[in-house]
Design a protein around this ligand. Structure first.
Ligand SMILES: Cc1ncc(COP(=O)(O)O)c(C=O)c1O
Length: 459
């Protein structure tokens, strides 16, 4: 029997070495896919190998293909790093190897999940009675929230979608902001509601759903149709929030279910200086929020939260004769698509305890301050336009009035390796996009990155 100790110790040494060097690694990986295939793509041998040798080979061969996305100068997509305590808790999750869906299989994992879910509701100002399912990402969170929505609006119309599917169901009217994230449409596809059937509500120049346009859309359609409205807390380009107060009022007025995709933006509710952006959010019916982005826990971890636990369980519930339930509990599996899964709430529990309420607020506010500093440092230069009002952690830049120049600047930044960021299109024009959501980023990193961007862009 292979022993745990030598291989875990070696993995810990290798992980520590990686993390120690993380702040100064080139942010983009030096090796391309072909080189990695050559290094990792061995013939699978017949006999066993020494586990320590396997881990050493793996770490060495994978290393040139690792992106420093957990480091201090990764500003592409919206990606958080991992707090040390969250990495450590994640190691325990693997060592414990609990099947987290059932109280009977892991009372500890289930209770950690209850407690961490409760803390998240409190921090985000969501209703204390809401149910929280721990899912892989906001994509899955959107699926679960919209599955609960589909259940509830069709149940009100007298249709049992869990039993009968969409056969014979009244058509469901889906209304989403035109800036809704791509994963919302994947969720609609998976739920049989169709990616192309949603009525798209025009947005303002910051990407926020326009309440007057939402009112017109809701008034124009069949007012009696089962209706789901999908809003967004945190636009992936500008960081702007759909105005949730009037949107909630309109959804209520029309008897619609309101789902909020708050993948990264919902954490603004935990930060006193940003909380105003989320006003009204507690009156929605379901929410999706990632922990692996702004809470800085390892992948893959997010939450699907539903105000009515009955609708949540009806949509996701699992039943089989052999499943043992522990008296008075609802197994966590009834809130997520998976049956067996890892205890992914454990790093959330550890991160929240290590940070405390003030630490979460400070993490969010610090990232927002860094984003404003990026805008200040670069916006002050000739030929640089900051395209968005930096209300959160996202900054959009443009160099000259020229798509090609902006695109070339993004490519030059990526080649340089000091930092990594990406390109997007905003208002029909190419823009450089900076996101700040990692706990490691310091003011010095921001200044260093801003200098590297200026040099790459020639401004
Ligand atoms: C607004 C929004 N919704 C959903 C997602 C998808 O999240 P995940 O990749 O965690 O599934 C993202 C990812 O960036 C996002 O920004």
């Amino acid at each position: 029997m292979p022993a745990h100790e030598p291989v875990l110790r070696r993995a810990a040494e290798l992980a520590e070495a990686f993390l120690a060097e993380l702040p100064e690694r080139p942010v983009a990986p030096p090796a391309d896919v072909a080189a990695l295939r050559a290094a990792l793509g061995r013939e699978l041998q017949d006999g066993p190998l020494d586990p320590v040798a396997v881990i050493e080979d793996l770490a060495r061969d994978a290393d040139p293909g690792l992106t420093a996305s957990a480091g201090p100068r990764f500003h592409g997509f919206v990606i958080g790093g991992s707090l040390p305590v969250a990495v450590a808790a994640d190691w325990l999750v693997s060592a414990w190897d609990q099947c987290a869906g059932f109280y009977a299989l892991s009372p500890a994992a289930s209770v950690v999940e209850e407690v961490a879910g409760g803390w998240v509701l409190e921090l985000l100002g969501l209703p204390a009675g809401a149910s929280v399912g721990f899912v892989t990402g906001a994509q899955a969170g959107n699926v679960v929230g919209l599955a609960a929505a589909r259940h509830a609006v069709l149940a009100r119309a007298g249709h049992d979608v869990e039993r009968d599917g969409l056969q014979g169901a009244p058509p469901v009217r889906v209304v989403a902001g035109e800036q809704a994230h791509a994963t919302v449409f994947t969720a609609l596809r998976l739920l049989g509601l169709g990616a192309g059937t949603a009525a798209l509500v025009p947005a303002d120049d910051a990407g926020r759903m326009r309440p007057d346009a939402l009112a017109a859309t809701l008034d124009a359609g069949d007012r009696d149709a089962p209706t789901i409205v999908i809003a967004q807390a945190g636009n992936v380009a500008t960081g702007a929030f759909d105005p949730l107060e009037p949107i909630t009022d309109l959804a209520r007025e029309h008897g619609a279910w309101l789902h909020v995709d708050g993948a990264f933006g919902l954490w603004a509710a935990a930060a006193p200086s940003r909380r105003h952006l989320t006003a009204g959010i507690e009156r929605a019916d379901s929410w999706a929020v990632d922990a692996h982005k702004w809470l800085n826990v390892p992948y893959d971890c997010a939450m699907a939260i539903v105000a009515d636990p009955g609708a949540h369980r009806a949509a996701m519930g699992l039943a089989a004769a052999y499943l043992t339930t522990v008296g008075g509990t609802t197994d966590p599996t009834n809130l997520v698509p998976e049956s067996s899964r890892r205890a992914r709430a454990v790093p959330v529990y550890a991160a929240l305890r290590a940070l405390g309420r003030d630490g979460v607020a400070e993490l969010v506010e610090r990232c927002c301050a860094h984003a404003r500093r990026f805008a200040e440092l670069l916006g002050a230069r000739d030929d640089v336009e900051v395209l968005n009002d930096v209300v959160l952690n996202q900054v959009l830049l443009r160099f000259g009035d020229d798509d090609a120049r902006t695109r070339a600047a993004v490519e030059a930044v990526q080649r340089d390796g000091t930092l990594w960021l990406g390109e997007t299109t905003w208002d029909g024009r190419v823009a450089m996009r900076i996101a700040v959501s990692g706990w490691m980023t310091t003011e010095d990193d921001v200044e260093r990155s801003a200098r590297a961007i200026a040099a790459a862009a020639g401004v």
